[in-house]
Design a protein around this ligand. Structure first.
Ligand code: CA
Length: 224
C-alpha cells in the first residue's frame, strides 16, 4: 500500500487531505512539524511526502533540502500559498517533485499524487520474474495475471527472494532481512512462511519456482 506522510501545521488542511486520501485507499499519517516528520521517516518508509512550505521550526523548502541530502528517496509534493514562478522554481530546486498552490481542489491533489506514484511504474517499483510480478508501491502481487494475496511478512520474504533470483539464500540471511534482529534462529517460522508462500505463488501453477536446497536454504528460480 502506498504510504503518504502529510507535513502540515494547519489542522483543517491536513485533516481534509488525510481523510480524502484515506478514502481512496492510501495509508496516510499526518504530522504538524518537520521535527515530527523526521522521527516518522526514521521509523517508516514513506512513498510520498505532502509537504507544506509554511511550517513551524523551518520552511518546507529547507526541510525538503535536508531530506534529499539525507537520501530520502520518496516523492515530495509541496503545498504552498506562494504561486509565483520564482517560488515554484525554488520549491522544485529544493528537492520537491511537484508543486501545488493553495487553495486547491482535492481532485487536483489526488491527480498529482497519482501522477507521481505512476512515475515509479518502472523497474525500480516492480520486480518481475517471468509472469510473477511484484509491485512495490501498490504492493500487488500477481502471477500470470492472477492476483495473489500476501501478508506483510510473505511479501517481504518474496521480495527478498526476487532480489536474489537463482541464488540460494540461507535461513540466516532471510531471518536478518525479513525478520530483523528479534528473530529466534531455532524456530521453524521461516519454513512455515516458505510453505505459505509456495502454496500461494507456486501451487496453482504448473511450473514451480521456489525450491528448497537441503542443508543450504531456498532459491527462487529465474524464469528464462
Ligand atoms: Ca502551514
Amino acid at each position: 500500500m502506498t504510504k503518504i506522510l502529510v507535513v502540515e501545521d494547519e489542522k483543517k488542511v491536513s485533516a481534509f487531505i488525510q481523510q480524502g486520501l484515506h478514502e481512496v485507499g492510501y495509508e496516510v499519517e499526518i504530522v504538524d512539524s518537520p521535527g515530527l516528520a523526521r522521527e516518522r521517516i526514521k521509523l517508516k518508509k514513506f512513498d510520498l511526502l505532502i509537504l507544506d512550505v509554511m511550517l513551524p521550526e523551518m520552511s518546507g523548502m529547507d526541510f525538503a533540502k535536508e531530506l534529499r541530502v539525507q537520501g530520502f528517496s520518496g516523492f515530495i509534493l509541496m503545498l504552498t500559498a506562494l504561486s509565483t514562478t520564482k517560488d515554484k522554481i525554488q520549491g522544485l530546486d529544493s528537492g520537491a517533485d511537484d508543486y501545488l498552490t493553495k487553495p486547491f481542489e482535492f481532485e487536483e491533489l489526488l491527480a498529482r499524487v497519482r501522477a507521481l506514484i505512476r512515475r515509479t511504474g518502472d523497474d525500480k517499483a516492480q520486480l518481475k520474474n517471468g509472469e510473477l510480478v511484484m509491485d512495490l508501491i501498490s504492493r500487488n502481487v500477481s502471477r500470470e495475471g492472477v492476483k495473489i494475496e500476501l501478508t506483510t511478512k510473505e511479501f517481504s520474504l518474496l521480495e527478498f527472494l526476487m532480489r536474489h533470483l537463482d541464488k540460494v539464500v540461507d535461513r540466516n540471511a532471510i531471518a536478518r532481512q525479513v525478520w530483523g534482529t528479534d528473530f529466534d534462529p531455532d524456530s521453524n517460522v521461516i519454513d512455515v512462511y516458505i510453505n505459505h508462500l509456495r502454496k500461494k505463488i507456486d501451487s496453482p501453477f504448473p511450473k514451480k519456482l521456489l525450491k528448497t536446497v537441503v542443508g543450504q536454504g531456498y532459491v527462487l528460480n529465474k524464469v528464462e
